[in-house]
Design a protein. Structure first.
Length: 202
């Protein structure tokens, strides 16, 4: 699969080496792309060999290359072992093939889930195993485990974590069981459980 990314950039997130807005798709990588995730100003590219590349704005370390230097072309972040990725506003989530969860970038609201509000310029482990899927909202993260449980962390002033409070959480907390799919919006969350769609707050 090829990677082709149209649209306005501010700056660099399309990864074609320029800061020129594109009104139609331009090829960024010629082959081997499995999945992509788009944050507010950065892009994550997962290749079929499990390697992770990133491009775009990096002022909060969301690319995960150990710097805060912007990149206009994709740079290698992890050489392999990546299964899924999600991009929020200036932060990123990574699920590795063994089911571990890693995160990097902006963390003011605790959305990385590492128990701090410290910005991370490289991937840090959040959970060691059993993660099946993730979704990144504006500033909150949803984590679906293999047992169907849903966990959440980050900004919660609108109740988007679904825990019955408006308290921000810097570590993942259990929200629901028997979950089949999750999706995080700007300040809300959607959950499929038992065939029903539920909107957080639950």
């Amino acid at each position: 699969m090829k990677s082709a990314l149209p649209g306005a950039r501010s700056p660099l997130q399309s990864g074609d080496g320029s800061t020129t807005s594109q009104l139609s798709p331009v090829q960024v990588l010629s082959s081997g792309v499995q999945a992509v995730a788009a944050g507010k100003r950065h892009s994550l590219i997962l290749k079929t060999d499990g390697s992770l590349y990133a491009t775009g704005y990096n002022g909060y370390g969301q690319l995960g290359d150990g710097t805060t230097v912007n990149h206009s072309t994709p740079v290698l972040i992890l050489a392999g072992g990546v299964q899924k990725v999600a991009a929020g506003v200036d932060y990123s989530l990574i699920v590795k093939t063994a089911g571990s969860l890693w995160a990097m970038g902006f963390n003011y609201y605790g959305q990385l889930g590492d128990g701090t509000t410290t910005q991370r310029n490289m991937p840090v482990m959040i959970l060691s195993s059993d993660v099946q899927a993730v979704s990144a909202g504006s500033s909150h993260s949803l984590i679906e485990k293999k047992d169907g449980s849903l966990w959440a962390a980050g900004f919660n002033s609108y109740g988007q974590l679904g825990d019955g409070t408006i308290v921000w959480q810097s570590t993942p907390e259990l929200i629901a069981l028997n979950v089949q799919q999750v999706a995080a919006g700007d300040t809300h969350s959607l959950i499929v459980a038992g065939g029903d769609v539920r909107l957080a707050p639950l």
